[in-house]
Design a protein around this ligand. Sequence first.
Ligand code: PMP
Length: 344
Amino acid sequence: MREDLQVYDNILQLVGNTPLISLNKITKDFKGKFSAKIEAFNPGNSSKDRIALYIIEEAERKGILKPGDTIIETTSGNTGFSIAMVSCIKGYNCILAVSSKSSRDKIDMLKTMGAKVYVCPANVPADDPRSYYEVAKRLHQEIDGSVYINQYFNQLNIDAHFHSTGPEIWKQTEGKITHLVACSGTGGTISGTARFLKEKNPNIKILGIDAFGSVLKKYHETGKFDKDEIYPYRIEGLGKNLIPSATDFKSIDRFMKVADEDAAHAARELARTEGLFVGYTSGAAMHGLKLYSEEGEFDKDSNVVIIFPDHGSRYMSKIYSDEWMTEQGFMDNHTANAEMDIEI
Ligand code: PMP
């Protein structure tokens, strides 16, 4: 059982210092030692707490943000939740411009945390004045003293992980880590963590995870943006249809692409084998780790850390719903949820 029975001033003191937990069963056929950094232990249940807190506190340090000012971002996902949580504790207004594709649950969750949510049409180009990018930009220009987080193009996103995730993993592995496996969306997590770890030991290998339907892997390999790589996919928060400047491609050694179906089954397998109820991208990272292992990336001396970015509860109507899995054509007997109907 945990020993730290400290009383905290507020929930923000619990951001970071997430546990590293050994993976014992799911990796039993792989060479090496594996442990997972469980970002769902952050109070907002994802790694995005780190960047929300860091970027907002940097703006405070630079005197850009004063109590009562406004923080703006375009997201309905984890980043929106984390910014809303930090804003409510610190007394800022939080405005989130989200796409009309976002689920009602997500919009309600953000409103519950006190955010003002602008729902913008999903089916318009990014440069249309009604798009969520343009709405956020316009609000930022109109509202005095507002800060636009802009996570895909903000270098502080990288710095947040350089100053927290990287040092934590170094300390937790006592400097023995040999490989990092991490998803890339904005690229902040993998880039910031990689920069710190490579400063400590340049031989640590940084293995990225991308999605089929995203441009990141191809860009990493060729330096070219290939729009033919882009097509719709299901995994949320992984990969991208543009090149984010919050990704330091030089700090990453390789990328592996993962398919929607494989990621969903890997997430379900993590719940059943390790008791880890984590999100869709955690499943993607887990499947990617398996593919890296099959390609011979690891040997018996490897000490591999994999980052699991968020909690499974945000995906109940998706990968953890047998109905959704069946609709996607993903269902097989391997990970179907056991259910007994008892007739009385
Ligand atoms: N997983 C989830 C669930 C996410 O929301 C994100 C953020 N888009 C990522 C992984 C990727 O993290 P990063 O943006 O730091 O690359």
